[in-house]
Design a protein around this ligand. Structure first.
Ligand SMILES: Cc1cc2nc3c(=O)[nH]c(=O)nc-3n(C[C@H](O)[C@H](O)[C@H](O)COP(=O)(O)OP(=O)(O)OC[C@H]3O[C@@H](n4cnc5c(N)ncnc54)[C@H](O)[C@@H]3O)c2cc1C
Length: 375
């Protein structure tokens, strides 16, 4: 019997658990450790903030789902990894101590590097959870000022959330914008291309922003936030009465001991999703050091690759399922300007761009299908 330990209960951890449970049968022990008993469908948080979906539609009971799959759930945080003893330290409600593993899958998502943007937590809204999304939604409802700023901090990896928030705000304040009582600005630290991993579709996205009256500003590396201003390391000062930023990400500090991290502490893996130079340790999702933005569909695909290769190793075979780094995403502009983008970050020949109202519906449909399949 092998002991398989999955750290993290987001997209990467849950999908890894589901596949291993289906593929391995009962003779192996699978444990998932996560600090929350609930799963949150993050791509639905913009919709939640604007009242276009409900909490029940984007959150479900992770522990109940794992019980169904006969996977042992431990509510806690993995706080340390010993690569030589093959143990992890866990601190939490259900368990405090050390746990052994034969295989480890690290799916702990990102950590916020907010120390890089002083003022972020006090002066800016964000959308990294149900409560912050609802708080932002309330601030939008109560808004009586003029300047709304939405932005991606340097090192932030979620450009879709920024774009969708800008479109939702433009929808909400359409009349006020026409009367020039409200203006909406979107800030990117570099170009649109670099925010989207090199995909060349800025003409279409810029056109959509412009059609909705949204001003886009490039090369603004946000470095500090005050009550009414956003400052950049290049000397820009931008006024705001309402601010929503995506903060910089980094990998967990505990990864440092593995000596397989990049300069931002993200885990370096090979094409089989094995952590570099480590035996029996895989990593998936936002915790991994691949270039470009981070997406749920990447975490899901990486989980499939990791689970397939873990099974192969367990059965004494060589891993053979390789990951290909690509973006497949929808930017919901709430209507005909919605964009579908499929772009190969490792294979630029792979490129598809479509636009239309259909993609707005497709995103809603996909969210509902995820809930049906995984809740
Ligand atoms: C507002 C918003 C909008 C988004 N929109 C889109 C979109 O439209 N399309 C898209 O594809 N992606 C989107 N994303 C990105 C997507 O949600 C992430 O890429 C995805 O959640 C990554 O999955 P993950 O499993 O790696 O990490 P997460 O989903 O962050 O899960 C990490 C898990 O690890 C747990 N954890 C953390 N630390 C520990 C620890 N020490 N020990 C154990 N467990 C731990 C967490 O509690 C959580 O359960 C959006 C994200 C946000 C915030």
């Amino acid at each position: 019997m092998a002991r398989i330990l999955i750290a993290g209960g987001g997209f990467g951890g849950l999908v890894t658990a589901e596949i291993l449970s289906a593929e391995l049968g009962k003779e192996h022990q699978i444990t998932l450790v996560a600090p929350n008993r609930m799963f949150t469908f993050y791509p639905g948080l913009v919709q939640l903030a604007f009242g276009a979906t409900s909490i029940e539609d984007i959150r479900f009971d992770l522990e109940a789902r794992l019980n169904e799959l006969k996977i042992h759930f431990v509510k806690g945080n993995v706080t340390g990894i010993d690569r030589y003893d093959c143990t992890v330290d866990i601190v939490g409600d259900d368990y405090n101590g050390t746990m052994n593993y034969d295989f480890l899958v690290l799916a702990t998502g990102p950590q916020l590097a907010i120390d890089r943007v002083p003022g972020f937590f006090d002066k800016s809204h964000h959308l990294l959870g149900v409560d912050p999304a609802l708080r932002f939604g309330k601030a939008v409802q109560d808004f009586t000022g003029k300047n709304i700023v939405v932005g991606l901090c340097p090192g932030a990896k979620l450009p879709v959330a920024v774009c969708e928030t800008a479109f939702a705000l433009a929808n909400r304040f359409e009349m006020e914008m026409a009367a020039e009582d409200v203006n909406i600005r979107v800030i990117f630290p570099e170009s649109l291309e670099s925010a989207f991993g090199g995909a060349h579709f800025s003409a279409q996205l810029e056109k959509a922003f412009s059609k909705h009256g949204i001003n886009v500003l490039y090369d603004i590396p946000i470095s500090e936030v005050t009550t009414n201003e956003v400052h950049s390391s290049k000397g820009h000062v931008i006024e705001h009465d309402l601010l929503m930023l995506m903060p910089p990400f980094r990998g967990h500090e505990m990864f440092q001991s593995l000596r397989a991290v990049d300069e931002n502490n993200f885990l370096q893996v090979d094409e089989f999703m094995r952590v570099k130079d480590m035996l029996n340790v895989f990593a998936v999702g936002d915790a991994v050091a691949f270039t470009g933005p981070k997406f749920a569909h990447m975490a899901v695909r990486q989980a499939k690759v990791a689970a397939t290769n873990l099974k192969a190793e367990l059965e004494g075979r060589q891993p053979s399922e390789a990951y290909c780094h690509e973006i497949a995403t929808i930017i919901n502009a709430n209507g005909p300007d919605s964009i579908y983008l499929h772009y190969g970050i490792w294979d630029q020949e792979m490129y598809k761009l479509k636009q239309g109202r259909l993609w707005s519906w497709a995103k809603d449909f996909h969210a509902a299908r995820w809930q049906r399949q995984h809740a």
